[in-house]
Write a protein that binds this ligand. Structure first.
Ligand SMILES: [Zn+2]
Length: 287
């Protein structure tokens, strides 16, 4: 009798899920184009049908690629554990002018935060990243170059963006980062396996201050204080083309008010070095 030596386990691992995820995504991209054949012979009702398919699939793809908490293309975490805990995260630095000012402010307020640094900027200002790490903050990977069309990167470039970002952090502060966030939170069908290879966890956010779009400090404060709840990860930037004066101006008040309401500031993940946990991830008491 013919016996099948078939290892089902090898077809149910994460690689299979990754492949299915990629195939599904690319099939989804194909659907609207294939639907064009429905236009022939042409009629208004057929045009409406194709437009509806195009619209629905486009919305779905946009959700998969852009929504900060979409789990479709990459498993991600957008909260921290612990009752009354919130995490401040700062993307796009280090900036030679604004990041040191922010570090001064955080030291004065005795708050630890998480910095998602851009690798090539970290290489230009490694002393700032080193200082942030030495002062108890967490340094995370925000890619090498912050390429704005991240979701369309070819596989080799995607892997390089992740690995060079990690190496830059290691060069600056001596540890390989554990957390990753992509530019503008963009997803990529191959991100999940590449992050797993690099030992990185994707960390998203729950509160987007949109500080890239407004320099109005009252608006920034309101966006945080009006919606903050336990476990929130707050997205801010320590490097913006026009500077971060608005954020720096309002942050002390925001910190004070959150403390008054009983919130505690924690890192977005553990400070780990080579697999050994140095400090707990959640609800770390502020010394
Ligand atoms: Zn960014």
């Amino acid at each position: 009798m013919l016996r099948w030596h078939f290892n089902f386990r090898s077809f149910s691992g994460p690689e299979t899920t990754d492949m299915a995820r990629s195939v599904m995504f690319f099939l989804l991209v194909l659907v609207p184009n294939v639907s064009l054949v429905l236009l022939f012979p042409f009629s208004l009702s057929r045009l409406a049908l194709v437009a509806a398919i195009y619209g629905a699939v486009t919305l779905l793809i946009l959700y998969m690629l852009f929504h900060p908490r979409s789990q479709w293309l990459v498993t991600n975490r957008s909260r921290v554990d612990g009752a009354g805990c919130v995490a401040l995260t700062f993307d796009d630095g280090p900036d030679p002018v604004y990041t040191p000012k922010l570090l001064d402010l955080l030291r004065e307020k005795n708050v630890k935060a998480t910095f998602f640094v851009v690798g090539k900027r970290a290489d230009q200002h490694p002393e700032i990243v080193r200082r942030a790490w030495a002062e108890g903050h967490l340094i995370a990977n925000h890619t090498w170059s912050h390429y704005s069309l991240f979701c369309f990167l070819m596989p080799r470039r995607l892997r390089a963006e992740i690995e060079l970002g990690t190496e830059s952090v290691r060069r600056s502060c001596g540890v390989r980062p554990r957390l990753f966030r992509s530019p503008v939170g963009l997803r990529h069908p191959l991100l999940e396996p590449y992050l797993r290879d690099a030992g990185l966890e994707y960390v998203s956010w729950t509160i987007r201050t949109r500080d890239t779009l407004t320099a109005n400090s009252s608006v920034l404060a309101r966006r945080i204080l009006n919606q903050v709840t336990s476990g929130d990860i707050i997205l801010l930037h320590d490097r913006l083309p026009r500077g971060t004066d608005a954020m720096l101006g309002v942050l002390p008040r925001v910190i004070d008010e959150l403390r008054e309401r009983g919130f505690e500031f924690v890192l977005a993940g553990p400070r780990e070095d080579g697999g050994g946990t140095l400090e707990p991830a959640a609800c770390e008491p502020v010394p």
